[in-house]
Write a protein that binds this ligand. Structure first.
Ligand SMILES: Cc1cc2nc3c(=O)[nH]c(=O)nc-3n(C[C@H](O)[C@H](O)[C@H](O)COP(=O)(O)OP(=O)(O)OC[C@H]3O[C@@H](n4cnc5c(N)ncnc54)[C@H](O)[C@@H]3O)c2cc1C
Length: 348
């Protein structure tokens, strides 16, 4: 009876795998179209690479540092579904280092951050949808009623889904398609898998400001790619230890991260903090640090089709890697997949 009513009303049951910005955007937009949407997330909470790590008195953003809003639909979407209180602009000096080692200023454009951490945005978005966390989907199999999802623990979801949307990074998405005996669809991801690069992230606390010139900077250094003063972001004051000092985020270059994939976190922290001191000429010692290894951090190069949609199988893929990388790319990709989905729906 329930299913018949669903069919009569054109409501489709859609499973979305991954609750980063792409998964959350697709879920909210498809729910707005009247569909019955369920999100599955392998981690403890939503957000994906919008990630923060706990430190004394607060947290530090170890994944995406900020986002832009060049697509005029992005800010209105965030304002409507995440609310103005979950994000704001991060003002300050942003620079990059030329080949000659000299610092130049970044182009002036608004940069946005979640408050008090990047995950505030994903958390607020996730309030509009149903997220089943700590559930890594390993296989999807089609029966007469639709797609059946099973997770790593061998549990099978009780409901069959009309459509499945995968928003995991390409290596994880391809594994899932291969496990699900969908080699043709998996082959579309072969090139993208090779273009996603790892990144070691270290957050280090200093009692005094080691570098007053920039709040965020892209470096031309063999081991460092990006450095930011996390405590300069709005809403982070409580992270100072005893009201003094600041937390700095150091992201290693892709090449260095690749070479040091198996280096211990302590050694990574020691090397990147030493590189930071060398870069800034500061002799300050870090008083605390935390480390995170991203196996799939950034996509570089390649084509940007926006999304992948296989209407015969009712399977779609979205994610930053399909739309130029970055937070905003994840949003753009989800929007373009939803448009394709709605167009197919209209012609069914
Ligand atoms: C170190 C670093 C710095 C960055 N800096 C910036 C920046 O300054 N500005 C910017 O715009 N972008 C930045 N980015 C990129 C930005 O974070 C991403 O582009 C964006 O967050 C990707 O969103 P997404 O939804 O496509 O993927 P993700 O956020 O990766 O979401 C995918 C989700 O799928 C889940 N998942 C994977 N496999 C499964 C499975 N089998 N079952 C269930 N769940 C699964 C994952 O746990 C994850 O939550 C940075 C990224 C990193 C790592």
């Amino acid at each position: 009876m329930f299913d018949e009513t669903f069919i009569a009303m054109g409501i489709r049951r859609i499973a979305i795998i991954g609750s980063g910005i792409a998964g959350l955007t697709a879920a909210i937009k498809l729910k707005e179209q009247g569909h019955d949407v369920s999100l599955f997330e392998k981690s403890r909470g939503p957000g994906g690479r919008l990630a923060a790590k706990r430190v004394a008195n607060g947290s530090v953003d170890v994944g995406a540092q900020y986002f832009t809003s060049r697509n005029p639909e992005f800010l209105p979407f965030l304002t409507r579904f995440a609310g103005n209180s979950s994000f704001t602009t991060w003002d300050g000096q942003f620079g990059f280092q030329g080949k000659d080692g000299q610092w130049q200023e970044f182009p002036d454009e608004p940069r946005y951050v979640g408050i008090p951490r990047m995950t505030a945005v994903s958390r607020a978005l996730s309030a509009h949808v149903t997220v089943t966390a700590e559930t890594r989907i390993e296989r999807i199999v089609r029966n007469d009623n639709g797609w059946v999802l099973s997770d790593r623990a061998g549990n099978v979801q009780a409901v069959e889904f009309d459509s499945v949307i995968i928003t995991a990074p390409p290596a994880q998405a391809r594994d899932l398609l291969v496990q699900s005996n969908l080699p043709e669809q998996a082959a579309y991801l072969d090139d993208a898998v090779t273009r996603v690069l790892p990144c070691w992230a270290v957050a280090a606390h200093f009692k005094e400001t080691p570098w007053p010139r920039h709040e965020g900077m892209r470096c031309d250094h063999p081991s460092l790619f990006w450095v930011a003063n996390n405590s300069s972001k709005p809403g982070r004051k409580g992270e100072d230890q005893g009201g003094r000092g600041s937390w700095w985020v150091l992201h290693a270059s892709s090449e260095w991260s690749q070479r040091n994939l198996e280096t211990t976190p302590d050694q990574v922290a020691a090397e990147l903090i030493a590189a930071f001191r060398e870069l800034t000429g500061s002799d300050l010692m870090a008083t605390d640090s935390v480390t995170h290894r991203w196996l799939y951090a950034r996509s570089e190069g390649g084509s940007s089709p926006g999304h992948l949609w296989f209407p015969e199988q009712d399977i779609g893929l979205a994610g930053d890697w399909l739309s130029g990388g970055r937070v905003e790319g994840a949003f753009d990709s989800a929007c373009s997949l939803v448009s394709a989905y709605v167009a197919t729906d209209a012609s069914r």
